[in-house]
Design a protein around this ligand. Structure first.
Ligand SMILES: *Cc1c(COP(=O)(O)O)cnc(C)c1O
Length: 399
């Protein structure tokens, strides 16, 4: 360990206005559960994403749970989900007793492969067991190839839930990421691009569906003069205090996107010259929010493995992280079906996991600390020895 401050992957970045909305909640005693901050944050989020409505939840995971429940997912139903993602994308399907099938990534977006999805849907329709929903994840701030995925899903009449927990503020063909599917979900967890310390949201154009989400999120109370319940409900609403933080955060979201993109650009400029480094691509006609700068270390070019890389960065007091371990490789899902991008080649998600890492990308990362990261990466991947070796080669060549 060095005695320099630890550089984190992505930490909360307040705008300075949060206290104002929190104070309003306190002054009016709208502490819990709902109140004007919730109502306004929902309106503002719906406006930002250009959707008919939004509903705030206690977490992104809760939002996915509600989305699946609203689409009628029940025990024994099938749900498709991107394999290359964080476990929270898939856990809610298990809460409902559904069976998950995982879909591989494709190389241009690292997100759901349309050709794998098509094969999976085709097989499911032959067995007369089409999924009730497809969860498409927009990883590390990058939108999936939504038009292609939507066209395929529409052919089979299956709705898409966009897990945009990591991609709020990103765009796909000038539309906000998370606004293209039947339902979009966001997360305001502490390490996301904006945060309420913990929270989430669902957005949709289907107002009936949003009403249902609200009903389920508030214990599914029937319209009766007493507490009557006919179906199972949840306690999943965001508090008015936390929604106050969200309002102030949403006001600076676009700045945060530009900041993270600038950090990516700086890393790209400084590190893309290292032969074994390949950065996550940006899909055509899309704009990533570059939530986390992620890169691949080509194992044919260096002996440094991602594990070693993370370890050595840690010794320099810099937090880095391996890419998500694909869900189809998780012990929890060892019996689940998985569809590869290309049946004849290794799974794209497995290759990404084996070679990739995330480096610090918080919008509050100083330029000085960006260069500390850059220097450390260079020390690990392009050490002076190698420069010497190549100089020797030149000399030999000259002789
Ligand atoms: C963070 C995250 C979630 C879950 O959000 P929480 O608010 O932490 O419950 C879901 N999906 C992805 C891809 C995430 O990164």
């Amino acid at each position: 360990m060095t005695n320099q401050d630890r550089i984190l992957l992505s930490s909360p970045h307040m705008s300075g206005n949060e206290q104002k909305y929190i104070r309003e909640a306190f002054d009016s005693n709208w502490i819990a559960p709902l109140g004007p901050n919730v109502t306004n944050f929902e309106l503002e989020l719906a406006q930002y994403t250009n959707k008919k409505g939004a509903s705030l939840t206690s977490s992104g995971t809760a939002a996915i749970h509600l989305a699946l429940a609203c689409l009628g997912v029940e025990k024994g139903d099938s749900v498709f989900c991107s394999s290359f993602t964080f476990i929270a994308s898939a856990n809610p399907a298990l809460y409902l007793g559904a069976e998950l099938t995982f879909i591989d990534s494709e190389p241009s977006s690292w997100n759901m492969s349309p050709q794998a999805l098509e094969r999976a849907l085709f097989d499911a329709s032959k067995e007369n067991k089409l999924p009730k929903a497809i969860i498409v994840v927009n990883l590390y701030g990058q939108s999936a190839d939504m038009d292609t995925l939507l066209n395929i899903a529409d052919l089979f009449g299956v709705p898409i839930i966009e897990d945009a927990a990591e991609s709020l503020g990103a765009e796909y063909k000038n539309k906000k990421s998370g606004s293209l599917g039947k339902i979009g979900i966001y997360s305001f967890n502490g390490n996301k691009i904006i945060t309420t310390s913990g929270g989430g949201a669902i957005v949709s154009d289907d107002e009936e569906l949003l009403d249902k989400a609200l009903f389920l999120a508030t214990q599914a109370k029937d319209a009766a003069p007493y507490y009557q319940h006919s179906i199972v409900g949840y306690n999943y609403r965001m508090s008015n205090v936390l929604a106050g933080i969200g309002r102030a955060q949403l006001q600076v979201l676009d700045d945060r996107v530009e900041k993270r993109r600038a950090i990516f650009q700086n890393y790209y400029k400084e590190l893309n010259t290292i032969e074994e480094v390949h950065f996550m691509p940006e899909l055509k006609q899309s704009k990533s929010n570059r939530w986390l700068t992620t890169l691949i270390i080509d194992p044919f070019m260096t002996k440094v493995t991602p594990f070693e890389f993370v370890d050595r960065m840690n010794q320099a007091n810099i937090e880095t992280r391996l890419l998500w371990k694909p869900l189809h490789l998780q012990p929890l899902f060892k019996h689940n079906k998985f569809y590869k991008h290309n049946e004849r080649t290794p799974a794209v998600s497995e290759l990404l996991f084996a070679m990739g890492i995330c480096i610090p990308s918080g919008s509050n990362l100083t330029e000085e600390n960006q260069f500390r990261v850059i220097e450390e990466v260079k020390k690990i991947l392009a050490p002076v020895d190698r420069v010497k070796v190549s100089l020797n080669k030149i000399q030999v060549g000259q002789v």
